[in-house]
Write a protein that binds this ligand. Structure first.
Ligand code: AMP
Ligand code: ZN
Ligand code: FE
Ligand code: FE
Length: 278
């Protein structure tokens, strides 16, 4: 039987509920042999997560999930096999995290103006050392009883187009892809089924995207088949994973969304040949 690789998951370094140690341990228990930790705008889980991986017998790939904007839409780009010590990368990620704090402040100001008295301190407390995001805002709103559920926060207030929605820093996908490749990594379009038109996908492929996340909990079999077709048509790489955050409603999905080891080997071959041709 080939080994299972889950290449999309979050820790407390962004909006995940488990620490890198707890996550790696849970991955081992869930039958995963290879994982990529892909926190939003942070590589804070490394190098420790790689060491925990050695302890538990799980190969840990250094990843990240960046947010870019295309035609007013938020598009997520996953980076894998990063040099997490790259100064340029670390400076950019720190900048993105500072922009996230400013955005959280703007969202809180909007909420306050519509009579939701949430304080930025409660949000930052929820985020702890992690990159602050809307999940922390939603959780803080539930903590204080301003809404009944996490989901309601997105539906009524902070979801795209909601009264307290605020856009992120305007990074283009080309810039995101370049940042990942200049840090030695490969870039993948995350969960394209959620939002990405084929037109946008074509722009990304022309911008140097290395692959597509074909397997994701939000994808139907129609999505999976469609994106697998795109991957083979454009000689791209295929990725997949659970987008595990822990806690919340998706606690049992580890081990259910994965690609086999052969897909990871293809990524390594691609990396090896690009690095030798640079
Ligand atoms: P942010 O990075 O601050 O824009 O937050 C994005 C994260 O919020 C995503 O990774 C999801 O975990 C979560 N999220 C975004 N939209 C929704 C939604 N409509 N319902 C529930 N969670 C959402
Ligand atoms: Zn997330
Ligand atoms: Fe995402
Ligand atoms: Fe994610």
């Amino acid at each position: 039987m080939s080994l299972k690789a889950d290449l999309h998951m979050h820790t407390t370094f962004s909006d995940g509920m488990l620490s890198p140690y707890e996550l790696v341990k849970k991955c081992k228990q869930s039958g995963l042999s290879i994982i990529a930790i892909t926190d939003h705008d942070s590589v804070g889980a490394f190098p420790d997560a790689v060491e925990y991986g050695k302890e538990f017998g799980v190969e840990v790939i250094a990843g990240v999930e960046l947010s870019a904007m295309v035609e007013e839409k938020d598009v997520h780009i996953l980076g894998y096999f990063l040099d997490y010590t790259n100064k340029h990368l670390l400076e950019y990620l720190e900048f993105f995290r500072i922009e996230r704090v400013k955005r959280a402040q703007r969202i809180v100001a909007k909420l306050n103006s519509i009579n939701v008295p949430l304080k930025i301190e409660s949000v930052m407390e929820r985020a702890g050392h992690g990159s602050v995001g809307r999940p922390h805002i939603a959780s803080a709103m539930v903590d204080h009883g301003y809404i009944h559920s996490y989901q309601e926060a997105f539906e009524k207030f902070i979801g795209s187009g909601g009264p307290a929605y605020e856009k992120k820093f305007n990074l283009s996908p080309v810039e995101a892809i370049k940042l990942i490749s200049s840090s030695g990594g490969l870039s993948f379009l995350a969960h394209p089924g959620r939002y990405t038109s084929d037109e946008v996908l074509n722009i990304l492929i022309k911008s140097g995207l290395d692959g597509i996340e074909v397997t994701h909990p939000s994808h139907s079999s129609v999505h999976t088949n469609h994106y697998r077709g795109v991957v083979s048509e454009y000689f791209l790489l295929e990725s997949g994973g659970s987008d595990f955050h822990g806690g919340r409603k998706n606690d049992d999905i580890l081990g259910s969304y994965y690609v086999d080891e052969a897909k990871v080997n293809m990524m390594k071959h691609r990396l090896f040949s690009t690095n030798n041709s640079r």
